[in-house]
Ligand binder design. Structure first.
Ligand code: SF4
Length: 375
């Protein structure tokens, strides 16, 4: 019988949105992106523990696909001194007593069976006299926000309690696909703020303990690890079938719309689940003269620096305010604001193309049906 999943730093945010998901089975799967993320974590860990040359030799040497790691700028962080850093440290925190302990290093998220505890692993820890510094490494296509980040907050709390520190400093390091790491300043949490976090996570642990069967539906469902086992999602096609045009009234429309949006979500997520499976298995013969294959996806994106130079030429230096990402949509908005003209927008796009401001980025693979060739 299934008894629930381990509540840990990485699933606290999702569990807060729908505690019931912790009581459903989660199918285990890995994909190329998760493997890449794991490798980048091991690379940084080995660099900290054994030095850059060792990390390069172990993870990059002879592997063209991971060559971006050779330009990784980790030496620019921590003042280039790694002696006082500890990597991959796991903690358990007891919500009832608000106490924590370090339970080991390099556990590979294999936490002990201790119901009621919350676990977490800090990628990098540095202990000061009264303070603790926690760095969490993120990989992936886009940076993650540090704001109200449950994972960082929990790691700050657990590490501070485990080492008896009065304050904690946390930040995210984001390694992009070129191997370059960018980061924000540390967020400081004092003793009062750590106490508030302890209250928050204690309440969350209680909600999870009491939350079986209480499914809370929303946009977060698209990232739910229990998605394919969720009874609420399974009932969705039935609810969808009940929507018919002649029954839609102003009163029934909001519910019909939320059912429609949920159905879109389920279809998208199922597509990703299938694409991941086909990516791992290779082409699958469907038995009707066709096969299901996974084809790599790509998308054209604007590279910020050359794009901004071109935009300055056409619209002036303040056309795209600082902090706004440069995209086709933001350029269109800037053109509409400064000098509305479809021709101007087209001219800018042509110039950007000529200047090589567009870069092709790899995206998640998609499914394609192909005819099976006769031998
Ligand atoms: S799919 Fe949504 S409603 Fe179902 S368990 Fe996950 S988060 Fe909760």
């Amino acid at each position: 019988m299934f008894h629930g999943n381990v509540l840990s730093a990485s699933n606290l945010g999702q569990a807060d949105k729908c505690p019931a998901m912790m009581h459903l089975p989660w199918p285990k799967f890995t994909n190329k992106y998760m493997e890449e993320g794991n490798l980048k974590h091991r690379f940084v860990q080995d660099w900290i523990n054994h030095g850059r040359e060792y990390a390069l030799e172990t993870h990059v040497s002879g592997r063209e696909d991971y060559s971006p790691l050779s330009v990784c700028n980790l030496e620019d962080l921590f003042g280039g001194v790694f002696d006082d850093l500890i990597s991959e440290v796991s903690f358990s925190w007891d919500p009832k007593s608000d106490t924590a302990e370090e339970i080991g290093q390099n556990l590979d998220r294999d936490y002990p069976d201790q119901p009621g505890q919350i676990f977490g692993t800090a990628d990098i820890i540095r202990a000061g006299k009264d303070s603790i510094f926690v760095d969490d490494l993120k990989t992936g296509a886009r940076p993650v926000s540090q704001y109200n980040n449950y994972q960082l907050q929990f790691l700050a709390l657990a590490a501070a309690r485990a080492y008896g520190a009065k304050q904690a400093y946390v930040r995210l390091l984001w390694m992009d696909e070129t191997g370059h790491i960018t980061t924000h300043d540390y967020i400081g949490l004092d003793a009062y703020e750590l106490d508030q976090l302890a209250d928050k996570f204690k309440a969350l642990a209680e909600d999870v303990a009491d939350g079986a069967g209480d499914y809370i539906f929303g946009e977060h469902c698209a990232r739910c690890p229990a998605f394919t086992a969720c009874p609420k999602q399974v009932r969705l096609p039935k609810a969808l079938a009940k929507i018919s045009g002649d029954k839609i009234t102003p009163r029934t429309l909001p519910k019909a719309y939320s059912t429609y949006m949920a159905a879109k979500n389920i279809v998208k997520t199922m597509g990703e689940v299938l694409a991941t499976a086909v990516e791992q298995m290779g082409p699958v013969d469907l038995g009707d003269g066709t096969s299901l294959e996974c084809t790599p996806g790509s998308r054209k994106e604007l590279s910020a620096k050359p794009a901004l130079d071109t935009l300055c030429k056409f619209l002036g230096p303040t056309a795209i305010p600082d902090g706004v990402s440069v995209s086709k949509a933001s350029i269109r908005r800037a053109v509409d604001l400064h000098c509305p003209s479809p021709q101007l927008f087209k001219d800018i796009m042509d110039e950007l193309e000529k200047e090589g401001a567009f870069v092709v980025k790899e995206t998640r693979p998609s499914l394609k049906i192909k005819k099976v060739k006769d031998d």
